[in-house]
Design a protein around this ligand. Structure first.
Ligand SMILES: Cc1cc2nc3c(=O)[nH]c(=O)nc-3n(C[C@H](O)[C@H](O)[C@H](O)COP(=O)(O)OP(=O)(O)OC[C@H]3O[C@@H](n4cnc5c(N)ncnc54)[C@H](O)[C@@H]3O)c2cc1C
Length: 512
């Protein structure tokens, strides 16, 4: 991403108003202030105001990230040793899926983040998956082939020693409320103006653009460009500008979550755990001071009370004293993420349920895309159109990857899982991926053909499909040779590499 001025023809400051101070609002404020600061922007300074209701509060979940969050903090120049302790954060190298595919004989598998070291093992993994697709019995356990799978299994911190020649990818678990507070303080240091206020109405220009935000306290906040970060209610883009919301309810059934913290785990894992339950799945996110838990489910198949009871049983805690909170989720995306002089970010722009913890990733990549698009050509309609196409596509491709988790399940304990397995609302892109896989075609070539590598790449798709055991029955004749996992001595290679990584524990970096 380049840091330069968004428009270069006006000496007056561009006034950007961000409505909402959840994680999305503060991430946007920090990135915009960093990339469009006065230092970077000799011709036209940017003046950012963030207004937030002190009463409404934030959604307060969203505690797992993808590796892109590392780039966010690098961009801001904030070391892990500063932000991680402030947010009770831990490292995340992988997501472990338990009980999603018992019918295939696989009870657990990992989806590790892909590290540079895996260039040695991705090909053997592909070949073994292909061999297994032919009915031959070879190792296709994703966590064996990918280095982060080893880090997760042996609970090693991904902090890479200075002399280790490969880059290791990882994300984080964190307390989202503390992250918001941390980003708020940092934004103040970057010169972002903060206002507490309840937006009561939105004022418009004759051409329909937003002119200002009226607060219940009697203030009017005027601006040139507005960013809607007001959460699921989307006060600006959806409520005021009437941009329609395109629901994904046809292919993603979950619309509720019940959350409940429990004490910290003694031996901190470096992965998120996602366990399939009767009508959805439960996450376990390890922080330094507590464990975040939640059950994501569909209200069409289970009611809130039964879901809360099932979560408590799963966590082995007493429901009467549990700190339970139920949330409603609006799964889908807006028809246009940027309309007129308003951009929506975070829950206002859409939400894909949290199975792969992609929400903040989508916030960050949307802001980065916005900065790049505007840097390239300003705030005009052409830029708007291009941005909307790219962001919509990103939402759809992330949705497809999540949908595949449900489509491929082999559980038979409830109508919910059967309905998911029989779901026929699949995108053309997903149908083609599954078709290539089952026809024993070249999945890597298909992912490349569809240009999906920047969303979930070929190795991630191999992890998912192999992890669910989406293979034909084993052939009657097994030559018993040709397992590249053994031939390439991957176990010896990864065990050797593992010796460079510290035992369990929490060791944030000092510098980036
Ligand atoms: C069950 C669940 C689990 C999730 N897990 C993950 C995860 O693991 N990883 C991940 O990346 N994401 C996750 N998410 C998503 C994540 O929580 C959100 O993307 C993130 O918190 C950003 O939320 P937000 O800032 O858009 O909205 P909110 O946090 O809802 O913030 C909205 C803001 O708007 C303000 N506001 C609203 N109305 C007004 C008004 N009238 N006047 C003034 N201010 C107003 C509020 O005060 C608040 O500051 C999860 C979400 C859910 C529902």
């Amino acid at each position: 991403m380049t840091s330069k001025t968004p428009t270069q023809d006006n000496s007056q400051a561009l006034r950007i108003v961000i409505a909402g101070g959840g994680t999305a609002g503060w991430m946007a404020a920090n990135l915009l202030a960093t990339h469009w600061s006065a230092d970077n922007n000799a011709l036209r300074p940017v003046h950012i105001t963030l207004v937030e209701s002190p009463e409404i509060g934030i959604i307060g979940v969203g505690e797992g990230s993808t590796p892109t969050l590392k780039r966010f903090f690098n961009d801001l120049g904030i070391a892990e040793s500063i932000w991680m302790p402030a947010c009770n954060a831990t490292y995340k190298v992988s997501i472990r899926f338990d009980d999603w595919s018992p019918g295939s004989g696989i009870n657990t598998y990992s989806h590790p983040f892909i590290s540079q070291l895996d260039t040695f093992s991705e090909r053997p993994f592909d070949v073994n998956c292909y061999t297994r697709r032919l009915g031959l019995d070879v190792n296709t356990t994703p966590g064996d082939f990918l280095f982060n799978g080893w880090l997760a299994r042996y609970r090693r911190s991904p902090v890479t020693p200075a002399n280790f020649p490969f880059r290791v990818e990882y994300g984080y678990h964190f307390d989202s409320a503390l992250l918001g507070q941390f980003l708020k303080s940092h934004a103040a240091r970057l010169g972002v103006n903060y206002m507490a206020g309840n937006i009561s109405s939105v004022q418009r220009h004759p051409n329909g653009d937003i002119a200002g935000l009226q607060t219940a306290e009697g203030n009017i906040i005027t601006g040139d460009f507005f960013i809607d970060c007001t959460g699921f209610k989307s006060l600006l883009l959806q409520q005021t500008l009437k941009v329609p919301f395109k629901s994904f309810a046809n292919n993603l059934y979950n619309d509720r979550a019940v959350v409940c913290p429990t004490p910290a785990l003694s031996d901190t894992p470096v992965e998120t755990r996602s366990t399939a339950l009767s009508n959805g799945w439960a996450w376990q996110i390890p922080l330094t001071n507590r464990t975040g838990n939640g059950y994501v489910y569909s209200s069409h198949f289970i009611d809130d009370e039964r879901a809360a009871t099932e979560l408590c049983k799963h966590l082995q805690i007493n429901e009467a004293s549990a700190d339970l909170r139920t949330l409603t989720m609006n799964v889908g995306q807006v028809a246009r993420h940027w309309s007129g002089n308003c951009l929506a970010l975070g829950l206002s722009q859409g939400f894909i349920e949290p199975l792969e913890a992609t929400a903040l990733h989508l916030v960050q990549t949307s802001v980065e895309q916005f900065i790049d698009t505007v840097n390239d050509g300003g705030l005009g309609e052409q830029q708007q159109h291009r941005y909307n196409q790219l962001v919509s596509k990103r939402f759809e491709r992330v949705r497809d990857y999540i949908v595949a988790h449900y489509k491929l399940n082999t559980r038979s304990d409830s109508e919910y899982w059967q309905a998911n397995r029989h779901n026929e609302y699949l995108s053309e892109s997903l149908l083609q991926i599954l078709d290539v896989w089952y026809r024993r075609g070249d999945l890597r070539a298909e992912i490349k053909r569809q240009q999906l590598d920047s969303h979930f790449g070929s190795t991630s798709w191999h992890c998912l499909l192999a992890g669910y055991g989406a293979f034909p029955a084993l052939g009657a004749n097994q030559p018993g040779q040709g397992d590249l996992y053994t031939e390439k001595e991957l176990e010896a290679f990864f065990s050797g590499c593992l010796m460079n990584f510290s035992p369990p524990g929490y060791a944030p970096r000092n510098t980036e």
